[in-house]
Ligand binder design. Structure first.
Ligand code: BGC
Ligand code: BGC
Length: 846
């Protein structure tokens, strides 16, 4: 295929290193621990679409003329760059997807024509069938989770958390309608959204994809978005040319995982599962959502992909769902006994379509075998195909024709059109939440001298968050957002046209004293598990933004903070240092919506008031990681529903800046500047107790000791130099009494990364280890890697976590994430020990 992939066995040339790595191995999980589900206590629903006998007869007729091969093809969904039209024809594959940052031909700058050309190729292949077999148009799904976010130039909306705060269902409907139009213009039919997770622990990396912590708000937003995307059931345009098929995801309990771990385990009771996490499904199903995506997560130890109770008994049985259930990205491979390439258990549990990006061919072959052998019953596969055909028919796919011939495909100019951008700009305005406005600093007069600071001010990447052009939303430049406006740009326009002066200085420098400073800062983009946090302290390890606010405050310049964030975070110090504080969430491409609200018109009248109200409770202390309306001791800084408006402000006093002790060890940062507490650095030599190493010189006992001392890499003493004498075995390692669970990071292809410079190359074997408690752990050989490094030069080494998992390290209880040992002579310097993701680059196993 000639396509570069980073998920398979692959080679990487990194700073001159080339090392191979073997396939991921799966760890079997424990037996089924799921408590019993009682379908009868779940809401009894029926499909809102009156049964259509003609349509059902058409489905039956089609089914009866399909071969088993063709049926199995329908239940497979492959990734667009991992399958060719030729293969679609050959295997009669029913669906394709592009994931976040999946573009036609892996070309980031693909044009609408490139998207359409690819869609046409797939469509034509699907319609080209042997005599006597029905032609079934292929279905292409993607994540348009805040607008058509994989396409350069599209209108990108604020993420769901902001829409939840905007408090207008009519707005959400509009956002859905515009999103559907832009996607239809590039030829796709199906959106993997809305996410109707009810995020309960703000450490979760997908909190911003959730409308609210409150099930009632999610219920309402779910209907609005489903109707915006699909149209209203019974109306003329339902699933028409300008609409998409919607997906309610991720069923069920994705927002309720223990400790907010993405793809983790939800420990709610059955009633909580129904009333909190299930609430949005009730209304989404009533609004006619046609597909449901199964969640990666589990419930009491059983992965949803393998749960017949949840998929079949509750969803399809009790709740009457007659569309189809699609899996999530290789999530079936996490069901006990399954792999990415084989999983009869998921189909038997009620999954109707596998999302199997790369390994589709093997999965197709195995599934076909399993149907032939009866391991998957013909009845079950027929039911899955029937559901897929039903949705394809309802969506009019059989009549729509070639993607490029469809009405909106002929009008690519609607992508990012002024009309669409206006909807997004309105969404930005209406989602801003005013937390503080002491002495009525806001609204500002536009003819003032305004300093605009902070690293988010002129940074469309940062203001857009994850799922923006790339999966993680990182690696994009402002000029890759044609037609978009940064927050700074919106401010500049308003101020300059009123005769004021606006100056941009991310670091807050100025020559002439400004009347006011607007500081835009906050979280950097992330998606999925890479956004999981250990703490909800906004900035536990850096005071950069606070220093900037403090500097302006010392100069007596009034400060308006504009906070970019995907979740509520503990920001008391930043709040205290600001006279006014606005939460802008992740507003997307129309940054001008911020200035619309911050500034009056030339005559001093408010142009747009603040309308946003918190749809998540805001913490007063960083240990309030689970803080939801209705909690027993609910004690937020700002409750759900809070949000000031002009003229209705109250003064907000100083808040406590005492940092809550975050007991939990960081799962991803172990050494940065020094060991990150509670991680500690130790020296170990045989027969002696561990020696804790600070930044000064520490040596092991004896005449020829192992020595460690602090040295400079990027900053003062942010690295350690270690010298092994070559006569005694010695080890330097990071350890904490509190182990961390990094199994998700390991499954997710993350790497252990550290910076290293070799000063004396190894004279003996050097091992890199990870430990998982008493008598648990493994080491891998690093000798070759270190010997190959140029002496004295800093390099980053990346070692896939799965290299350790493959050696039997239990990733769910790591207490020693990093250890280097040798009995030979060796001198190295190291710094920055952390987990990292290596998006396109590839992976290494020493
Ligand atoms: C995510 C889904 C998404 C899918 C396809 C998964 O990793 O969990 O939300 O729809 O990828 O990109
Ligand atoms: C995500 C996809 C993404 C992919 C990157 C998956 O887990 O869900 O959307 O494109 O990883 O390879």
């Amino acid at each position: 295929m000639g396509i570069k992939r980073w998920w398979g066995p692959t080679f990487l040339i990194l700073a001159g290193l080339q090392v191979g790595c073997s396939e991921i191995s799966r760890r079997e999980t424990g037996e089924n621990m799921m408590p019993k589900i009682h379908p009868e206590i779940w809401p009894r629903l029926s499909s809102p679409m009156a049964e259509d006998p003609d349509l059902e007869a058409r489905i039956e007729e089609m089914l009866s003329s399909m071969t088993i091969e063709a049926k199995v093809g329908q239940v497979i969904q492959a990734e667009i760059n991992s399958i060719t039209p030729e293969e679609i024809r050959e295997y009669r594959v029913g669906s394709v997807l592009n994931g976040g940052g999946g573009w036609p031909g892996e070309k980031k700058h693909s044009t609408p024509q490139d998207w359409l050309a690819m869609a046409d190729g797939f469509w034509e292949a699907s319609m080209d069938v042997p005599e006597g077999e029905p032609a079934i148009p292929i279905l292409w799904g993607l994540d348009a989770v805040h607008g058509h976010n994989n396409v350069i130039g599209a209108t990108l909306f604020p993420h769901n958390i902001a829409l939840g705060a905007a408090n207008s269902l009519e707005l959400i409907r509009e956002v859905g309608r515009v999103t559907a139009r832009e996607v239809a213009a590039t030829g796709q039919d199906w959106n993997f959204g809305p996410t109707i997770a009810v995020a309960r622990d703000d450490r979760w990396g997908r909190t911003y994809e959730s409308y609210s912590e409150d099930p009632e708000i999610v219920q309402a937003c779910a209907v609005a978005m489903v109707e915006g995307l699909q149209g209203k059931v019974g109306s003329e345009d339902f699933l028409g040319d300008e609409q998409l098929i919607a997906t309610a995801k991720h069923y069920l309990g994705d927002g309720g995982t223990d400790k907010g771990v993405d793809q983790g385990d939800t420990l709610a009771s059955e009633e909580e599962l129904r009333d909190i996490h299930g609430a949005g499904y009730v209304t989404a199903l009533e609004a006619g959502v046609q597909t449901v995506m199964a969640s990666f997560s589990g419930w009491h130890g059983t992965k949803v992909h393998g749960s017949r109770e949840l998929l079949t008994d509750v969803l399809k049985g009790q709740m009457g769902f007659d569309g189809f259930v699609v899996g999530d990205w290789n999530a079936h491979g996490q069901v006990p006994g399954c792999s990415n390439e084989s999983c009869p258990a998921a189909i038997n549990a009620g999954l109707d379509m596998f999302m199997v990006p790369q390994d589709w061919k093997a999965l197709y072959g195995n599934t076909l075998e399993q149907v032939r052998s009866g391991e998957i019953s013909l009845q079950r596969i027929d039911d899955a195909v029937r559901r897929i055909l039903r949705v394809k028919m309802r969506a009019g796919l059989f009549e729509r024709g070639k993607p490029s011939s469809r009405p909106l495909a002929l009008r690519p100019e609607i992508i990012g059109s002024p009309e669409h951008r206006e909807v997004a700009r309105r969404a930005v305005r209406e989602s801003l939440v005013l937390l503080k406005n002491n002495a009525g600093l806001l609204p500002l007069a536009p003819d003032a001298r305004v300093l605009v600071a902070g690293d988010g001010a002129d940074n469309i990447t940062k203001q857009s968050g994850g799922w923006t052009i790339t999966w993680q939303g990182t690696g994009n430049e402002n000029d890759e957002f044609p037609g978009a406006t940064s927050i700074w740009e919106g401010i500049r326009q308003v101020v300059e046209s009123a005769g004021g002066t606006a100056t941009l200085s991310p670091k807050g420098r100025f020559d002439e004293r400004p009347d006011v400073a607007i500081v835009v800062f906050g979280e950097d983009p992330y998606a999925e598990f890479l956004g999981d946090r250990d703490s909800i302290d906004y900035s536990p390890r850096s005071d950069r933004d606070l220093d900037l606010l403090g500097k302006l405050r010392t100069e007596d310049i009034p400060v308006v903070s504009v906070f970019l964030t995907g979740r509520p975070l503990w920001i008391n110090p930043e709040l205290n240092a600001s006279q006014a504080f606005v939460v802008a969430w992740l507003p997307g491409t129309e940054g001008a919506g911020v200035a619309d609200v911050l500034f009056t018109d030339a005559k001093g009248s408010v142009r747009h008031d603040f309308r946003g109200r918190l749809s998540f409770s805001w913490p007063k202390s960083a240990d309030q990681v689970v803080l939801n309306r209705g909690d027993k001791d609910y004690d937020p800084l700002f409750p759900l529903g809070y949000g000031l408006a002009y003229g209705l402000e109250k003064s907000i006093g100083e808040q406590s800046e005492v940092k809550a002790r975050t007991e939990r060890a960081s799962r991803s940062v172990y050494f940065q500047g020094g060991p990150v507490a509670p991680w500690q650095l130790y020296l170990g030599v045989p027969e002696a107790p561990a020696i804790a190493a600070g930044s000064g010189r520490v040596a092991s006992p004896g005449s020829n000791p192992l020595v460690i001392r602090g040295v400079d890499h990027r900053r003062q003493e942010d690295a350690r130099a270690v010298e092994w004498p070559g006569e005694v075995a010695g080890r330097v390692y990071l350890k904490s009494a509190e182990p961390v669970d990094i199994s998700r990071e390991s499954n997710g292809n993350m790497v252990l990364a550290f910076d290293v410079a070799v000063d004396t190359p190894p004279s003996g074997r050097v091992m890199l280890g990870m430990g998982c408690g008493e008598a648990c752990g493994a080491e891998i050989d690093l000798t070759g890697t270190l010997s190959d490094l140029a002496v004295g030069e800093w390099q980053s080494l990346l070692v896939p976590l799965r290299c350790f998992a493959d050696e039997g390290v239990d990733m769910s209880r790591i207490d020693t994430p990093f250890s280097i040992s040798t009995a030979g002579a060796l001198a190295i310097r190291f710094s920055d020990v952390r987990l990292a993701t290596v998006a396109e680059e590839g992976i290494v196993c020493p």
